[in-house]
Design a protein around this ligand. Structure first.
Ligand SMILES: [Zn+2]
Length: 345
């Protein structure tokens, strides 16, 4: 967002409008959404780290050279999430931050595998996160365990355990370029058998073939990112025809170097070709942005108009894993708000 950026006042007005819009979020990693002040408290609790001597340094530390560097800092951050109470603490802070920008419904990932390696039991972890989230009124957050590719496919038995703990589906993140979807076919088959919904990160760090495999081998209900599907016109056509939801994450893709700028992001083509696209922020605190900024960037940098922003937000409801009645109720609530009558710029 550099040369194509309009005047500061135009962006500010659009951003303010986007912040006040009712929104849903379907691709957010709860550990990546910890507001910097809350994470700074946890860093201090565990004795600090000379790499980040103060809160500003912590904020500045999250600048990513590329996708592997992002994963490296993600793991670094996790070492300050140690006790069950930490998970309640930061989950409440995440819910407050999301609520403050009028996000009403969220399907959030959490990654139990890495913490299990540190001796934290998944059930208690979930309980702790749930307690933190439920302490904040006015926002509903459903949970999706992210099974993390790098930990290997031998997790099918754990999926059954998680079903009993009230999660709504499974996801798969981590190093896409090193671990293709096919390795996890059995895990996804088992999840479907247990009536869990499924999503997978594909077309972010790897290309269109990864998206194709996610559809064919894993038979997913949603695609996380999907950005690089743009490299394959036949795949784009297939996604448009199937209306398989794609969780697009524009500013996240800029932050990790998947695309050089918003102007280069294919979300406009995805939208114009009729794909079922929603907009999501992924790791807002680590990336130093918010879902509202994603929408504002689409408006200022690639000419999305208010009606199109509204369509994207309603796509988010349609792409969610709420039942039909809840989707209808949420859509009626959203479209009934007076903010749609305002001119944002
Ligand atoms: Zn993600």
């Amino acid at each position: 967002m550099s040369d194509h950026e309009p005047s500061f006042s135009a962006r500010t007005t659009a951003l303010d409008w986007c912040r006040r819009l009712p929104k849903v979020e379907l691709h957010l990693h709860i550990e990546g959404g910890i507001p910097i002040p809350a994470l700074w408290q946890l860093v201090q609790k565990y004795g600090g780290d000379p790499i980040v001597p103060n809160e500003d340094a912590l904020r500045d530390y999250f600048q990513f050279r590329d996708f592997p560097h992002f994963i490296e800092l993600w793991i670094w951050k996790n070492k300050f999430l140690r006790e069950y109470e930490d998970f309640s603490f930061f989950s409440a802070a995440v819910a407050e931050a999301l609520k403050s920008e009028n996000i009403r419904y969220v399907e959030a990932f959490f990654s139990p595998g890495r913490f299990k390696q540190e001796g934290l039991e998944t059930g208690r972890l979930l309980e702790s996160i749930r307690a933190g989230l439920d302490s904040v009124q006015g926002i509903e957050v459903a949970l999706i365990p992210d099974l993390v590719r790098d930990l290997g496919p031998d997790v099918a038995a754990e999926v059954a355990e998680l079903r009993a703990l009230g999660v709504i589906g499974i996801g798969l993140g981590g190093s896409e370029h090193n671990h293709p979807p096919e390795n996890f076919t059995e895990v996804y088959r088992r999840a479907r058998e247990l009536d869990l919904k499924t999503t997978v990160h594909a077309g972010e760090a790897a290309g269109a073939d990864s998206v194709r495999s996610a559809i064919d081998a894993l038979e997913v209900d949603r695609i996380g990112h999907g950005t690089r599907a743009i490299e394959d016109p036949a795949l784009m056509q297939r996604l448009a025809e199937s209306q398989l939801p794609v969780e697009m994450c524009p500013l996240s893709n800029v932050a990790t170097g998947v695309v050089p700028s918003i102007a280069d992001h294919p979300v406009r083509q995805f939208f114009d070709q009729g794909l079922m696209v929603s907009i999501n922020s992924v790791d807002p605190a680590m990336f130093g942005h918010s879902l509202s900024q994603d929408y504002a960037a689409l408006m200022s940098d690639i000419s999305f108009i208010p009606e199109e922003v509204r369509a994207l937000i309603l796509n988010g409801i349609e792409s969610s894993w709420l039942d039909h009645a809840r989707k209808s109720a949420l859509e009626a609530e959203f479209v009934g708000e007076v903010i749609w009558n305002e001119d944002p710029v």
